[in-house]
Design a protein around this ligand. Structure first.
Ligand code: SF4
Ligand code: SF4
Length: 154
């Protein structure tokens, strides 16, 4: 069953990429699939619709649950990063306060490996941030604020 649900997630990602104008070859490359499977997906063949329904319900969870469920289903960080990156539409920004003590807890907390310590301070690359908030929730000095870009300057 996990494999079917992973296929459902890849189907949703393939459809989203097609809507964005990607060609089948590019979709296959991005999702690590062969072109014929992508073609079947986009033409509605060889699909388990119940798995797609389950996959859709996973995408409707909060970003954190979506991220961790996708990772537990795929067992692969690159696949997880790709699927989550395609299906989460919001963009995020992060603020790190001067109270950061460079402990590195946030580095370990970020499944997507977006955080490093630079000059003894937390440095967050938000290009691939999915807004799971694990870094913010785990910071012992409450130094991180992650917000959707549209709310960042409010
Ligand atoms: S967990 Fe908080 S205090 Fe520790 S490095 Fe990250 S931002 Fe700084
Ligand atoms: S919210 Fe924090 S932990 Fe989650 S992906 Fe973004 S940087 Fe990583």
């Amino acid at each position: 069953m996990p494999k079917h649900i992973t296929s459902g997630l890849k189907y949703l990602a393939a459809v989203k990429l097609r809507e964005q104008g990607y060609f089948q070859k590019d979709i296959a490359d991005k999702l690590g699939m062969d072109r014929s499977t992508v073609s079947h997906y986009l033409n509605g063949r060889n699909l388990s619709w119940s798995s797609i329904e389950v996959a859709e319900s996973i995408t409707n969870c909060c970003n954190r649950d979506f991220l961790y469920m996708t990772y537990s289903l795929t067992g692969d960080l690159d696949n997880t990063r790709t699927i989550v990156g395609i299906l989460i539409e919001e963009e995020f920004q992060a603020k790190v306060k001067d109270t950061c003590i460079g402990c590195g807890v946030c580095v370990d907390a970020c499944l997507l490996k977006n955080i490093s310590i630079v000059d003894l301070k937390c440095n967050i690359n938000t290009d691939e941030c999915c807004g799971c908030l694990e870094c913010q929730l785990n910071c012992p000095t409450n130094s991180i604020k992650v917000l959707e870009v549209q709310n960042f300057n409010k």
